[in-house]
Design a protein around this ligand. Sequence first.
Ligand SMILES: [Zn+2]
Length: 84
Amino acid sequence: MKLRRMNKIYAQTNGYFWLPCPICDQMFGGHEWDATLRISQSQGVGVCPDCVEEATKRNTEKFGYSEYGIAIALPQSKKATPAS
Ligand SMILES: [Zn+2]
């Protein structure tokens, strides 16, 4: 199990979300958000850093491409800027 405590503290003190990854259930913060798992053509949910590859694979299988969609974020959270 990875040590997640510092990431949790960082997320909570800086207003980022702290939610389970939709792929692996590991908790992760908005500041770690690098990729989005698409749930439709225009919507998706953020995945943890460990699941970037899996999200890309699933997006490509389901939609034929894997660029970032419009991410769903909690109203009070800051949206993390995807790494370029
Ligand atoms: Zn994950």
